[in-house]
Design a binder for this molecule. Structure first.
Ligand code: DP6
Length: 327
């Protein structure tokens, strides 16, 4: 290997059945299976260049050199790849940029580690299956495993590194739903997901959440396959509420909701009662993902726009998986 380079593009994903807590924190083997869809139109593009000339890994994020935590996390991930593939002996220059507003509170680690993994491997010339790429992305950020395959994706827990990967169960055009994201805060979250996963089991509720996860996973997957919005909305909101109940009752507790978050959740339930096909789900932050059928997306978005607490709105249909753009 002399100087090899590749660029990959990945989207973030929104989980309908959430990943929260690991059975193995180092390997990011999740405590429960999860389901998500990729978010079309939002993406991270990452170029990895392995080079003999470098003595450390370098990161340029949205045009600026980063020597802080983000660079350390990227470098730790590249070291995992160096360890697993001894043919990689170099350090890498990594250039990454997002097309969605940074600080919009959209989880960027899934797209970031999916793009980084796929570009880093492609740049070496090593050919791996999508399953293998998903397992490797998982080591960088659990949810990144789900941004590798296309469309609607399931991630089964698995007992070992090799078994814990995500795969597609329906293509993006299978179901016309849209994620209308109501941004209510651009602040960086105080407690990130990695620390959150470690605290999941410190309260009483995580055990109950895990016990019912297989069943919710099956119900949610079937609702998507049947395009049954009523069944989907019920399990998606329940699963999100349950994860946030676990967060709020962890020791110390994690409160991600802000007053506008709760207000929007209440409105969404009200709109659904009026006949709009919309439900909410929240990740580890206060922004509300309003999932709706495409015909109701304009109405949902107009109603959100009318609220003074909503700073911004992003819309995404189901998206494809991680692609190599250039080698
Ligand atoms: C609440 O994948 O961001 O968004 O593995 O530490 O990077 P790390 O965590 P991450 O956790 C995602 C948590 C979640 C739910 C989900 O996406 O399933």
């Amino acid at each position: 290997m002399s100087r090899m380079t590749a660029t990959a593009r990945a989207t973030p994903n929104i989980a309908f059945i959430k990943y929260w807590g690991n059975r193995d924190d180092d390997l990011r083997l999740p405590a429960n299976p999860s389901i998500s869809m990729n978010l079309d139109g939002l993406h991270t593009e990452t170029t990895v260049t392995w080079s003999d000339k470098l003595t450390v890994d370098e990161l340029t994020l949205n045009g600026e050199k980063d020597t802080g935590e983000a660079c350390d996390r990227v470098s730790a991930h590249l070291s995992r790849l160096r360890q697993r593939f001894p043919v990689i002996t170099q350090y890498a220059a990594v250039k990454s940029s997002n097309n969605f507003p940074i600080g919009a509170g959209i989880a960027s680690s899934a797209a970031a580690f999916a793009a980084l993994t796929v570009a880093a491997v492609a740049a070496t010339g090593i050919e791996l299956s999508e399953h293998e790429l998903s397992t490797l992305a998982r080591l960088g950020s659990g949810s990144a495993a789900r941004s590798v395959p296309t469309g609607f994706v399931e991630w089964r827990t698995g007992n070992t590194h090799k078994e814990s990967y995500a795969e597609s169960f329906a293509p993006p055009d299978y179901w016309n739903i849209v994620d209308v994201i109501a941004v209510v805060s651009r602040e960086h979250k105080e407690v990130g997901s990695s620390a959150g996963h470690r605290s999941a089991s410190t309260g009483d509720l995580q055990a109950a959440r895990i016990a019912g996860a297989e069943e919710r996973f099956a119900v949610c997957k079937q609702a998507i396959l049947d395009r049954d919005f009523t069944a989907f909305a019920e399990v998606v909101e329940y699963d999100s509420n349950l994860m946030h109940a676990v967060m709020m009752t962890s020791r110390p507790p994690l409160f991600y909701w802000l007053p506008p978050t709760l207000m929007i959740m209440e409105q969404v339930r009200h709109w659904r009662a009026e006949g709009l096909q919309v439900c909410y789900t929240l990740d580890a932050g206060p922004n509300v993902h309003c999932i709706c059928v495409r015909k109701d997306a304009a109405k949902v978005s107009a109603r959100l726009k009318a609220m003074s607490e909503v700073l911004d709105i992003l819309k995404a249909a189901p998206g494809i998986g991680t692609q190599i753009i250039t080698t």
